[in-house]
Unconditional design. Structure first.
Length: 260
């Protein structure tokens, strides 16, 4: 069978991760849209629903999950059978390249090294029994995204975007990528959709609305949640003490419903 980019199908390499029921990729066509914040809060909301959850920070070049989960300057243990024990924070098993390299060091890797790193993250981590493994992908549609898709069967993908047409350009590419690697799109989370003034409580649009919703309607992609800009969420990410933002709970419920 031919692959999505020509040649043999890369999906012949796919193998499930023992003990993990569902793997969900969280992606964005561009950086700066709050993808890691969404990944973290989505994992926490799934945990609140009584699910066992893991969080894999696959952003090799710019890992931010350690800080968001309050795990900076910590390293995982290695078991006798050479498995890496993920760190646990707020009840979530977490793994990131940020645990393995100095946060001041640049990671200058080409494709083959990225493929090898993702293979280890997916196969050599002792995830145990999980209902959901959230994979926080790097921005774009490159080597890491392809490596994850060809190594493990993804239950689905969640796309993160801000509302304006500038972001929509990259959403289109992200949607196309997931289609090419046969990954069902569970929905889109619109981040920073509005801002509520903490003084007068008047709600304002942060970005001029574009055609994002029309595109999602055309592609039959449901809007899982519209997340307003909330300074408390940003502060929580900086301190590693996640803020209990109930608006993510609705997105978690929709994902659970789709995958049951």
């Amino acid at each position: 069978m031919a692959g999505p980019f020509g040649g043999p199908s890369p999906f012949e390499q796919q193998r499930k991760i023992d003990g993990v029921k569902h793997i969900i990729a969280v992606g964005a066509g561009k950086g700066g849209v709050g993808k890691s914040t969404v990944s973290t809060n989505l994992a926490l909301s799934l945990l609140k629903k009584g699910k066992s959850v893991g969080l894999l920070d696959a952003d090799i070049y710019g890992p931010s999950i350690p800080k968001m989960m309050g795990l900076t300057n910590m390293q995982p243990n290695i078991t006798a059978d050479k498995k890496i024990e993920p760190l646990v924070s707020h009840g979530i098993k977490t793994m990131s390249m940020g645990f393995l390299v100095d946060d001041k060091s640049a990671i200058i890797w080409r494709g083959p090294m990225l493929f090898k790193a993702m293979e280890q993250f997916l196969r050599d981590i002792n995830w145990g029994e999980l209902d959901y493994l959230i994979v926080d992908l790097p921005p774009g549609t490159g080597d890491v995204q392809l490596s994850v898709a060809q190594k493990v069967p993804l239950s689905g993908a969640v796309i993160v975007s801000t509302p304006q047409d500038m972001a929509l350009i990259d959403v289109r590419r992200c949607v196309d990528m997931f289609k090419r690697v046969n990954t069902p799109i569970l929905g889109l989370i619109e981040n920073m959709s509005s801002f509520e003034c903490p003084h007068c409580h008047k709600e304002s649009e942060m970005f001029k609305p574009g055609e994002l919703h029309q595109f999602c309607d055309k592609e039959n992609i449901p809007i899982l949640a519209k997340i307003p800009f909330n300074t408390k969420i940003g502060e929580a990410s900086e301190t590693g003490k996640p803020f209990d933002e109930i608006i993510f709970d609705g997105a978690a419920e929709k994902i659970i419903s789709k995958l049951n």
